[in-house]
Design a protein around this ligand. Structure first.
Ligand code: F6R
Length: 599
């Protein structure tokens, strides 16, 4: 959940400090409670500051650092020790011979710390990371050169880590990864290393994805990747098919709003080449799902809501499927066999809870598939098969377009698993991007938010496929407004939550179609109306829902299988405008990080 950037250039190349700041600002979605940089020089120049990147910017004497072409930077989301200048990375050894940035968790740090303290080392921070520069320094003291010192230190640590280090008097960067992302960028004059491609996409679109256990040495002259025994590793350079513009705000006030508006494009990308209308076929060329038995979905947060949605679709198609919260999933409680297909749903592909669940399922003999947005992510390495949702980079911490893309990808998966896709299903899937566009063009969510902002709490209800969407609507609302918001299965209201409903707690109901499910939700709407709660309905106008509502958010009438994907967009916009009216930090909500790489 921290972000790492490194740039190694030659004399006369671009100033590292500019590249580092640009990279850190693209990585702030990974954490933003403190940040720091170290420039390779003699002596090393290290600057750190608590708070968002601007705090670091005002600390760094950028003009004095011109001409330095190699350095590392870090943006932090605290795990060990509170946000503070001292706990910010980079961390150095006592004599400042080496500076280190790290993403992940060093599990055996306490015993290493005790050992180092016993040898007389004084620690300057509460972090697990600080053991690394001190371990490296003890190797330097024993006469090792920088590279073997780095390797031997890494040998001593256990846990998940992406680490980058610069040494006093050296012009390169040393790096390593294990269960935390680290990707290389290959520019003309400068080589980059980062937690994620957006950090250097403005400089180069040529990338190398490192594998767990690989070490790298970057200089202005090139990149050398080696395995844990020091043997050279052949790497392939890939070209990513998006550019800096894709990770900018493109004129929107927030990434979240931009990403909500990108949904039609994202969904078209998700469908591209995978559906054949004429033959009524879904082709998921990248994964073979033959003979899959029972399906278990594992995921967290928004991705868990998508998993609930996917499991419900599978069951409708006659395939037994259950969705589990990944942190609650263990194979001793939830048995698997070789016929079980465990499907991880994870935007980042780096979520520790989901990765652990997938690895455990794989070890217990299940087949594993990950549905992810992130090419080369840890989950793609941990699983037998991968299906990409192809949503493009998502920077806003609150997941939006990736949820819609997960819903659509899981619709394809459920169809492929059951072999039950018809011409009509595919035609209606293809219509979803345009239907979302029409919601984006006509939504009254802003006006409704203006009426309801300041309410005590917000409740969201739905049934069947609209139930996960109600949960997601509430999650979006609480994440970015910091107000109490909860989602319920509409039928559950009367079993307890109704006690919370007052004239100051709007209830947002997702009611589509005009079948028995819609009619039952109408009864639940009447229950809350009788308690004076303001009622917002998200409806396709087929039922009488609009008659009982104080506010209506319309969606086009569409196939009952897809309408929840479209309806969700109204809930995203409603949450966005509430938060906007409240002046909240929308793209970087309080206490949250985009990628949660600890359990
Ligand atoms: C909510 C949100 C989180 C993530 C969750 C899982 O807006 O973004 O709830 O969905 O942390 O993340 P991934 O999908 O990367 O595994």
């Amino acid at each position: 959940m921290c972000g790492i950037i490194g740039a190694a250039g030659s004399d006369g190349g671009p100033d590292a400090i500019d590249v580092l700041f640009e990279g850190l600002s693209a990585l702030e979605y990974r954490g933003y409670d403190s940040a720091g940089v170290a420039l390779a020089n003699s002596p090393l120049e290290v600057y750190k500051a608590r708070g968002e990147l601007e705090a670091l910017r005002s600390t760094v004497p950028a003009a004095e650092l011109r001409g330095r072409t190699t350095g590392i930077g870090h943006t932090r989301w605290s795990t060990h020790g509170p946000p503070s200048d001292a706990n910010a990375h980079p961390h150095t050894d006592t004599d400042r011979r080496v500076a280190v940035v790290h993403n992940g968790i060093i599990e055996n740090y306490q015993s290493l710390r005790d050992e180092l303290i016993g040898a007389g080392v004084e620690f300057a921070s509460d972090t697990d990371t600080e053991v690394v520069p001190h371990l490296i320094a003890s190797q330097l003291d024993a006469g090792a050169e920088p590279e073997p010192a780095f390797r031997r230190a890494v040998d001593r640590i256990e846990g998940s880590y992406a680490i980058a280090a610069v040494f006093e008097g050296e012009t390169g960067i040393y790096g390593v990864r294990n269960e935390s992302p680290l990707v290389l960028g290959v520019g003309e004059e400068t080589r980059y290393l980062a937690s994620d491609v957006p950090a250097f996409i403005a400089q180069t679109d040529r990338v190398v994805y490192l594998e767990d256990g690989e070490f790298v040495h970057l200089t202005g002259d090139g990149v050398r990747v080696t395995d844990s025994s020091g043997r050279p590793v052949e790497t392939s350079v890939e070209t990513v098919d998006w550019d800096a513009e894709d990770t900018g705000k493109s004129g929107y006030d927030h990434y979240m709003l931009k990403e909500i508006h990108e949904q039609p494009t994202a969904l078209r990308q998700c469908l591209r080449g995978r559906v054949d209308e004429l033959r009524g076929e879904v082709t998921l060329e990248e994964c073979s799902l033959e003979d899959a038995g029972r399906i278990q979905f594992v995921a967290c947060g928004t991705s868990y809501h998508a998993a609930l949605y996917g499991a419900a679709l599978c069951r409708r198609n006659g395939v037994g499927a259950t969705a589990y919260i990944a942190s609650e999933y263990t194979t001793d409680r939830i048995p698997v066999d070789e016929e079980t297909l465990v499907v991880g749903v994870t935007q980042s592909g780096e979520t520790a809870d989901t990765l652990r669940a997938l690895r455990e399922a794989g070890q217990a003999g299940a087949r594993t598939l990950v549905v992810t947005n992130t090419v080369g992510s840890s989950a793609t390495r941990a699983c037998d098969e991968t299906m990409y949702i192809r949503a493009g980079p998502e920077v806003g911490v609150a997941a939006t377009k990736t949820f819609a893309s997960q819903q659509l990808a899981l619709t394809l998966l459920a169809g492929e698993l059951s072999d039950s896709v018809s011409y009509a299903d595919i035609k209606s899937l293809r219509a979803v991007p345009d239907q979302i566009q029409s919601v984006l063009d006509t939504s009254r969510a802003r006006a409704v938010a203006e009426e309801l902002v300041g309410s005590d709490a917000f409740f969201f209800i739905g049934r069947d496929l609209a139930y996960p969407v109600a949960l997601e609507g509430a999650l979006k609302c609480k994440e970015i407004t910091y107000e109490h918001a909860e989602g319920f299965a509409a039928g559950e209201l009367k079993h307890g939550p109704l006690a919370l409903v007052t004239a100051d707690t709007p209830v947002v109901a997702v009611v589509t179609g005009d079948g028995s499910t819609a009619r039952k939700t109408l009864s639940n709407i009447k229950e809350v109306e009788a308690r004076d709660a303001p009622v917002v309905v998200v409806t396709d106008g087929q039922s009488e829902a609009g008659r009982y509502a104080d506010y209506v958010l319309e969606v086009p009438a569409t196939d009952e299988l897809n309408v929840a994907v479209v309806a969700n967009v109204q809930l995203q916009l409603f949450a966005y405008w509430l938060a906007n009216l409240m002046g909240r930090s929308i793209d970087k909500p309080r206490n949250l990080a985009k990628s949660v790489t600890v359990e």
